[in-house]
Design a protein around this ligand. Structure first.
Ligand SMILES: Nc1ncnc2c1ncn2[C@@H]1O[C@H](COP(=O)(O)OP(=O)(O)O)[C@@H](O)[C@H]1O
Ligand SMILES: CC(=O)OP(=O)(O)O
Ligand SMILES: [Mg+2]
Length: 404
């Protein structure tokens, strides 16, 4: 069975093709083809990189920002040119999509229908950067591959059993009754990391207390108790919680009232400023990309240093805020672009928890670890770096829907 996965991030479009036969493998298999389109560095064109399991690599630039057009060009690399791995589009059996917001109705993965598409479109008002991109992916597939079965895998699903003390905001109850509640996001990644952590620690997921730190362009934490998400930092939208690449995370809502009243801002300006012009980018004036922040700090840029310090302060504070839901912490897990690749972020975050007996092994932390324990042997808490495999998690959901 050939399963194509589309994963739309805020500044990227990832895709890969898995070939599965017989049983689901225990470990994530290599995809036979993978592509990444990145808009982080340029506005007017996308950088694309395509790799195959056989070793072919293609790097190119695709003009424009139009996601459906870019997806169509990316898919073309599946069946033509040096990175072709299938004969024709109809060789693909199923397409799975990461869909960021599933609201209250979608707590499990579902096959995409007109009704599901309408719900994703309706929920776009709560996830304005993400749900429209997910829908464009679904439409692009319909356009290129016709009636191939498609599956939506929701980022909110893993958090759908959060306790009500976590989901209810302290606002008028009628708002909650209208759906204004905490949903949580990055659930595909948090769930994958919890399962992988259990594997790496050779422990049963149902007896493990974890904090997973998903630090990419979007950033969130999850407190995972016995395999279940019991708290998380993102809420009604993917804007709440940690400071992110270009998103503010939590700020005093009084600031918004002030800007609306005194500075003549409207909802669209606030949306753009908080979602696209804040976070590392807003404070540093340099970039949303942690690599560029680190490089600017090396050049003694004080605003880059300030942005890093605020990022770390908020990360530590929110890790601390996850602890009461767990009563015990077996492992702290770092994942996604920053979490997997930036040793300075990991060591700065962990330093604040040394008083609990958590000790990082500096050499393991700096030596490009992936799927490894980087704590010292005598650390009271394990620290894991896990390469998040959202795409593999999505492929597994597709497999389950079509074989069970
Ligand atoms: N080697 C690295 N060192 C530090 N940060 C990195 C590195 N590689 C990637 N990143 C960070 O990861 C971010 C992207 O994370 P990723 O999880 O791929 O994002 P998303 O899926 O949200 O688009 C980049 O903006 C960059 O800040
Ligand atoms: C939900 C979310 O913030 O996703 P991403 O990190 O891919 O932007
Ligand atoms: Mg991501």
């Amino acid at each position: 069975m050939k399963i194509l996965v589309l994963n739309a991030g805020s500044s990227s479009q990832k895709s890969c093709l898995y070939e599965l036969d017989g049983e689901l493998p225990n470990q994530p298999p290599q995809p036979i083809w993978e592509a990444k389109v990145d808009w982080t560095h340029h506005q007017s064109f996308a950088e694309i990189e395509v790799k195959t399991q056989q070793g072919a690599v293609l790097q190119a630039e695709i003009p424009g920002q139009d996601r459906p057009e870019v997806i169509a060009q990316m898919l073309d690399k599946l069946w033509s040119g040096q990175t072709a791995v299938i004969q024709q589009p109809s060789d693909i059996d199923i397409v799975g999509h990461r869909v960021v917001h599933g609201g209250q109705d979608y707590r499990e993965s579902v096959r995409v229908t007109a009704e599901v598409k309408a719900a994703i479109a309706r929920l776009a008002i709560f996830a304005p950067i993400h749900n429209p991109a997910n829908l464009e992916g679904i439409d692009a597939i319909e356009h290129v591959l016709g009636s191939v079965p498609q599956v939506a895998v929701f980022d909110t699903a893993f958090h759908s059993k959060l306790p009500s003390s976590t989901t209810v905001y302290p606002i008028p109850y009628e708002w909650f009754e209208k759906g204004i509640q905490r949903y949580g996001f990055h659930g595909i990644s948090h769930r994958y990391c919890a399962d992988r952590a259990a594997q790496l620690l050779q422990r049963d997921a149902s007896d493990l207390r974890l904090i997973t730190c998903h630090l990419g362009n979007g950033c969130s934490l999850a407190a995972i108790r016995d395999g279940r998400s019991v708290d998380t930092t993102m809420g009604f939208t993917p804007l709440e919680g940690l400071m992110m690449g270009a998103r503010s995370g939590s700020v005093d809502p009084g600031i918004l009232i002030h800007l609306l009243r005194q500075e003549g801002f409207n909802a669209d300006t606030l949306d753009r400023m908080l979602n696209q012009e804040s976070g590392l980018k807003g404070v540093s004036g340099v970039s949303a990309d942690m690599r560029r922040i680190r490089a600017a700090i090396e050049q003694n840029n004080p605003r880059a240093k300030l942005a890093f310090d605020v990022y770390i302060h908020r990360l530590r504070a929110q890790i601390g805020a996850m602890l009461p839901s767990l009563n015990r912490l077996d492992a702290l897990v770092f994942t996604a672009g920053v979490g997997e690749n930036n040793p300075e972020v990991r060591s700065a975050a962990c330093e604040a928890f040394e008083f609990l007996g958590l000790k990082l092994d500096d050499s393991k932390n700096t030596n490009h670890p992936k799927d490894q324990d980087i704590a010292t042997l005598d650390s009271t808490i394990r620290v894991l770096v896990i390469h998040t495999q959202e795409d593999w998690a999505i492929a597994q959901e597709c497999w389950k829907i079509f074989t069970q």
